[in-house]
Ligand binder design. Structure first.
Ligand SMILES: *[C@@H]1O[C@H](CO)[C@@H](O)[C@H](O)[C@H]1NC(C)=O
Ligand SMILES: *[C@@H]1O[C@H](CO)[C@@H](O)[C@H](O)[C@H]1NC(C)=O
Ligand SMILES: *[C@@H]1O[C@H](CO)[C@@H](O)[C@H](O)[C@H]1NC(C)=O
Ligand SMILES: *[C@@H]1O[C@H](CO)[C@@H](O)[C@H](O)[C@H]1NC(C)=O
Ligand SMILES: *[C@@H]1O[C@H](CO)[C@@H](O)[C@H](O)[C@H]1NC(C)=O
Ligand SMILES: *[C@@H]1O[C@H](CO)[C@@H](O)[C@H](O)[C@H]1NC(C)=O
Ligand SMILES: *[C@@H]1O[C@H](CO)[C@@H](O)[C@H](O)[C@H]1NC(C)=O
Ligand SMILES: *[C@@H]1O[C@H](CO)[C@@H](O)[C@H](O)[C@H]1NC(C)=O
Ligand SMILES: *[C@@H]1O[C@H](CO)[C@@H](O)[C@H](O)[C@H]1NC(C)=O
Ligand SMILES: *[C@@H]1O[C@H](CO)[C@@H](O)[C@H](O)[C@H]1NC(C)=O
Ligand SMILES: *[C@@H]1O[C@H](CO)[C@@H](O)[C@H](O)[C@H]1NC(C)=O
Ligand SMILES: *[C@@H]1O[C@H](CO)[C@@H](O)[C@H](O)[C@H]1NC(C)=O
Length: 750
């Protein structure tokens, strides 16, 4: 496995290297600048001879461009044709730099010794450049004539001739080194001069010259002025100079481009990327911009790789990437830079980068947010649907349909006092989402919240603990029945909500708290006079009486205790918490139930037999009555053992005649109310009878309390009553109120 892998890697590496070498190797071959025709020598010595010039007839375009390379010379020298004009360079821009012999005319003692009058028989396409060259004659008895032909368009056949010259004499040789007529004269040449003949003459054969040398000479030549500065010394030193530089212009044809192009075989601009331009002598060719090479050859103009070989007009800025194209190039900026590549390439400033990053982050965040929103929306929609489904389910489970049905029936019976069905949302808003701060009470059956309905109505909302689903119908029944209890001393049930898992009950809100709070708070208890206490007792008894006798079917509250008796600001009692209440079917007087209630208030008989009767409420009421009289709690484990159960403690105390010892300190005993107190104590005693049958019915209790609170009549029969109770107690069987209770009872009995 491993060797194979290594081999593959090696192979890939090798291929990559080969390819890259191949590329490198190909570059030079593609960059082949043609100079001469194929199979033609490109140079003589180190002087390049570009086409249309050439050194053999096959290698030239026209006869005029023949160059003779004299290999007999050392080093070999190229000559123009078979002339003595020595070529130093040929440029495709249309110029030839040549060295040309100078003309001379020498005299000794008035006798001409030697004269070379030179004719430069330039072909018509080669002309003397008249801007850089001048005709110069040097000598002290000299006149020089230059004549020839010059090219002029429109007169192609009959070339016009020109003749000009200058003369120089030396009367003094103290002149400066300028060619200004003394020892040297110069004249300009006409444009396009060719086939030029120079003639040198002397007026006096140097008979009268100041300079009386052995040999006096005159010289005449056309010269590139940039390469020739006259000096007095030249009068003698030019003797040794054979050749002087001259600049010639050349054209490829005599015609103008327009005409030349008409004969495609003769047209010299052979490269398809070349162009023609007119010249004073004819026309020449050039490579198009972006190309370089020899325009006179097919494919002679080659694309310039400006990126490798930047031209003077190279426009890419410093940080740009140059890409070569055919005949041109493009400039682009590096990825990290901004700009067009031609005018600027600026490194992106970090701020912009950060901006970009922020932009990207922003977009990403936006997209993410949208996704979240969409998901969230669908999720909440799903949740909402689920919730509403749940609400529906709960409503059904909680017997909502049955209730609705029943309510409809009730409606028919023109009962205005019906239950309102609240929605879960309504109650949630009312209690600020069942806020902890809104809790006003907490009991065995649930939690009570204070709530504000939309119409600013203050309500108490009771959230029950888990409800027995099997008793739904009964619950509905209770709700209906309770809603119909229109008793001023019963906390009014306003409505319910069945959309939650456990039904919520909505009651009128009672402002002043529970009776328990008032009794067991020292400060509050001090304001509870006996009258108030008895009034509360009477009202509570009235309610129970009503429930037991007036309501149909009768209702057993089952959980009467001071905590469940609320007080409004006028100390009006309001009985609440019917959570444990039971409706007693018409044909029964007692009900078999699970023992339910609050220790301390619980009927011992009911505890033992599990048979619920109205008398259970009577017992519980008795405890409340005792609580009202004594201000003590129904059950308090902090007290000594015999005092723990208030009911028993009360009974034993009354039996021992200690009633006034256990009365609440806040109850002021005086002549006026002793009877009242005693009467109440006796009533309580009766209610607390262990045997239910021996307890008075609630109607009786209520009547007695009401009567007592209205008129404070004398209580003469108290003693008789107490005797009765005593005897009853002796009959009592030990009760199932736990071990402690029975112990107490037996103690009591003993
Ligand atoms: C080119 O020049 C060399 C000498 O430099 C000569 O031997 C050769 O024959 C020439 N070839 C042509 C085609 O003129
Ligand atoms: C040609 O060679 C000569 C010396 O042999 C040198 O002086 C001259 O500059 C060279 N010309 C070119 C164009 O290379
Ligand atoms: C080459 O130069 C030599 C010596 O100057 C001369 O004798 C000969 O004729 C020249 N050849 C040509 C072809 O010009
Ligand atoms: C130069 O060549 C021409 C023909 O091309 C000929 O007529 C002439 O005599 C030659 N001159 C010399 C000096 O060889
Ligand atoms: C004249 O020129 C010829 C050839 O250029 C030369 O041989 C001769 O010596 C010269 N005569 C004088 C007097 O310089
Ligand atoms: C003479 O040479 C100069 C410099 O090379 C050039 O600018 C000019 O065009 C030439 N003149 C003619 C008539 O070709
Ligand atoms: C060049 O000039 C000479 C002398 O003036 C003359 O004989 C010859 O015909 C001229 N050549 C041309 C082509 O005009
Ligand atoms: C120059 O002077 C010599 C003698 O000194 C004389 O023979 C000759 O004729 C003179 N030449 C001229 C043109 O005057
Ligand atoms: C001619 O003189 C000019 C300055 O006057 C100088 O720049 C140039 O090099 C001189 N040329 C020669 C060939 O001496
Ligand atoms: C075109 O040029 C060629 C070669 O120079 C010549 O033979 C031919 O006659 C010319 N054709 C025309 C139409 O001028
Ligand atoms: C020039 O000709 C060559 C083929 O010789 C061709 O590949 C190229 O595209 C041509 N260029 C233009 C600008 O026509
Ligand atoms: C080369 O490209 C530049 C920029 O695109 C343009 O301005 C120019 O004209 C082009 N040059 C040629 C010869 O096409």
């Amino acid at each position: 496995m491993a060797p194979n892998y290594v081999m593959i890697v090696a192979l890939i590496t090798f291929i990559c290297f080969s390819l890259s070498f191949g590329d490198d190797a190909m570059l030079p071959t593609s960059h082949n600048n043609l100079i001469a025709k194929p199979n033609c020598n490109e140079s003589c010595r180190n002087i390049s001879i570009p086409f249309p010039f050439g050194m053999t007839p096959e290698c030239i375009l026209r006869d005029q461009f023949l160059v003779t390379c004299n290999h007999s010379l050392n080093p070999p020298q190229p000559f123009l044709g078979n002339s003595s004009i020595e070529i130093t360079s040929i440029s495709l821009a249309g110029q030839l730099n040549v060295l040309k012999l100078i003309s001379r005319d020498c005299y000794r003692d008035g006798i001409r010794t030697n004269r070379t009058n030179l004719m430069i028989s330039l072909p018509s396409l080669l002309t003397v450049n008249n801007t850089v060259n001048s005709f110069i004659a040097v000598g002290c008895d000299t006149y020089a004539i230059v004549q020839g032909r010059y090219t002029k368009f429109g007169a192609k056949i009959e070339y016009p001739s020109f003749i000009t010259g200058c003369m120089s004499r030396c009367y003094s040789i103290d002149e400066d080194d300028t060619c200004s007529g003394v020892g040297c004269c110069k004249t300009s040449l006409p444009k396009g001069a060719w086939n030029v003949t120079i003639t040198l003459r002397s007026y006096y054969n140097y008979n009268y010259t100041v300079m009386k040398n052995d040999l006096s000479c005159s010289y005449a030549f056309m010269v590139d002025q940039a390469n020739f500065n006259f000096s007095k010394s030249y009068l003698s030193s030019l003797q040794n100079t054979k050749k002087l530089p001259l600049v010639l212009d050349w054209a490829v044809g005599e015609d103008k481009c327009k005409i030349a192009k008409t004969n495609s075989t003769a047209y010299a601009c052979k490269s398809n990327t070349s162009y023609c331009h007119d010249d004073s002598n004819g026309y020449r060719c050039s490579c198009m911009q972006g190309y370089d090479g020899n325009p006179y050859l097919i494919d002679g103009c080659q694309d310039i790789n400006e990126c490798v070989d930047p031209q003077p007009d190279y426009r890419c800025v410093k940080n740009a990437i140059c890409t070569n194209t055919d005949g041109n190039y493009t400039c682009t900026c590096h990825p990290d830079f901004s700009g067009d590549g031609y005018t600027e390439c600026n490194r992106d400033n970090p701020q912009r980068k950060i901006q970009n990053i922020f932009l990207i982050i922003g977009i990403t965040a936006g997209v993410a947010l949208m996704v979240i929103i969409v998901f969230g929306w669908s999720y909440t929609a799903f949740q909402r649907r689920k919730m509403s489904m749940m609400k529906k389910r709960f409503f059904q489970e909680n017997g909502g349909l049955v209730l609705l049905q029943r309510l409809k029936v009730e409606e028919g019976s023109s009962n205005t006092n019906t239950v309102k069905i609240f929605t879960a949302d309504e109650l949630e808003k009312a209690t600020n989402g069942f806020d902890k701060d809104r809790v006003v009470g907490q009991g065995g059956f649930g939690t009570v919240y204070k709530g504000y309905l939309k119409d600013n109505c203050i309500v108490a909302i009771k959230k029950s603990k888990v409800i027995d689903r099997n008793q739904i119908e009964q619950f509905i029944n209770e709700v209906l029945v309770l809603s119909q209890i229109n008793h001023r001393n019963v906390v009014k049930l306003l409505g319910c909500c069945l959309e939650t898992e456990v039904p919520l009950l909505v009651y009128e809100f009672i402002s002043n708290g529970t009776l328990s709070e008032h009794l067991h708070d020292k400060l509050k208890a001090s304001t509870l006079s006996l009258d108030i206490r008895l009034k509360v007792a009477a009202e509570t008894a009235g309610v129970l009486s009503y429930l037991h006798s007036a309501a149909y079917p009768p209702i057993i509250h089952r959980d009467i205790k001071s905590v469940n008796i609320l007080l409004d600001k006028n100390y009006t009692a309001k009985v609440s918490d019917f959570g444990a209440s039971r409706l007693v079917p018409a044909d029964q007087t007692e009900l078999s139930t699970l023992v339910q209630g609050t220790l301390g208030y619980l009927d011992p008989e009911y505890l033992q037999t599990s048979q619920l009767t109205e008398k259970s409420d009577v017992y519980s009421f008795g405890v409340v009555l005792v609580e009202l009289l004594t201000g003590r709690k129904a059950l308090c484990f902090q007290r000594p053992e015999e005092e723990r159960s208030l009911a028993q403690y009360f009974i034993s105390s009354v039996e021992k005649g200690h009633l006034f010892d256990i009365l609440d300190d806040n109850i002021v005993c005086d002549e006026g109310n002793v009877g009242q107190l005693k009467n109440a104590a006796v009533l309580a005693q009766r209610c607390l009878n262990v045997k239910g049958d021996d307890r008075p019915i609630m109607k009786e209790v209520a009547a007695e309390l009401e009567a007592g609170s209205r008129l404070k009549h004398s209580w003469a029969q108290i003693d008789q009553h107490s005797e009765e109770i005593e005897s009853l107690l002796h009959d009592t069987q030990p009760l199932g109120f736990g071990y402690e209770y029975s112990n107490k009872v037996s103690k009591l009995i003993v």
